[in-house]
Design a protein around this ligand. Sequence first.
Ligand code: ASP
Length: 339
Amino acid sequence: MKSKILILFCGGTIIMKKGKDGALVPIEDRDDAIKTLMNLEPRIKELADIDLKFIADMDSTNMTPAEWDQIIDAIAENYDNYDGFVITHGTDTMAYTASALSIALQNLGKPVILTGSQIPALELHTDARRNFVNAVRVATMDISGVYIVFDERIILGARATKASESKLDAFQTVNDYDAGEIRIDIQLRPNVPRKHNGKLKVVKGFEPDIFVTSLTPGQDVKDLEFLLDNDRIRGIIIKAFGTGNLPYNFGNFFKKAREKKVPIVVTSQCLHGMTKMEEYDVGKKALELGAIEGHDQSLEMLAVKLMWALKHHGYEEIKEVINTNFVGELKKRKQARKQ
Ligand code: ASP
């Protein structure tokens, strides 16, 4: 029997056209936009029985947690009627949406696959057809969880990052192996979870007012202390140096953050890397002052988890939420000291 797949249409380059000034914009007419996607490959119906639900037609730059909640609701409402879900989405914030769905759709027993393209579907050399067809193929497989299917990769949504703005191989897995590979056949890693009939639990809602900042040498810490005077900012992520190191003069900043109950999460600003904050005294001191260590989690996941934690938990519980592994986004490694 053919699988039943629901496509959730969210826009992105895949369905964009050049406007009068040459810049890419979403196709204005909603029916045209949907037709453009569904005409990409009419034989897609051989793979699965497909329905489509329109969520939005937007550049994903403009997406907010309100759209994440709409996607979550659409999956929850249709969960029992479909074998899998494919979300067509802009690439710019796809990894954030994938992280949000990974945290909000708990005990997910079916595949939720995000895809899009770097080149619009209407261009001759588009990567849209291949990505879309492969996303539907993966959505019909015995696999559960949220994934990005893009170019030749199947990436756990909770560890995804957009690594290139122009390569067709645009996404990478942060601090882990890919979950699978699109080859002549589709290969999944043995630890990829299979489908199950457990009950889906939905915990949606994200607090958008967080702030992410990257340290630069010699930056005046007072500039960061001012951030704490802005009561709208509910949580801060600092992209610190190396293994999660901050200068010694952050004492007042952390004191003020504790008083104002603003959680401070620390991640590494290295292109490839994770925090090991006990490795150097400069990191260890920040931990002692109350920094929450991000470990091997992607920036996208840390941002989404902080937003989610702020909505559903009190200040005292945020650290525990950040340090909880939900779906494979966090593997705490033993902190090996350098010899
Ligand atoms: N700006 C586009 C978006 O995120 C980029 C893309 O889809 O590739 O919607």
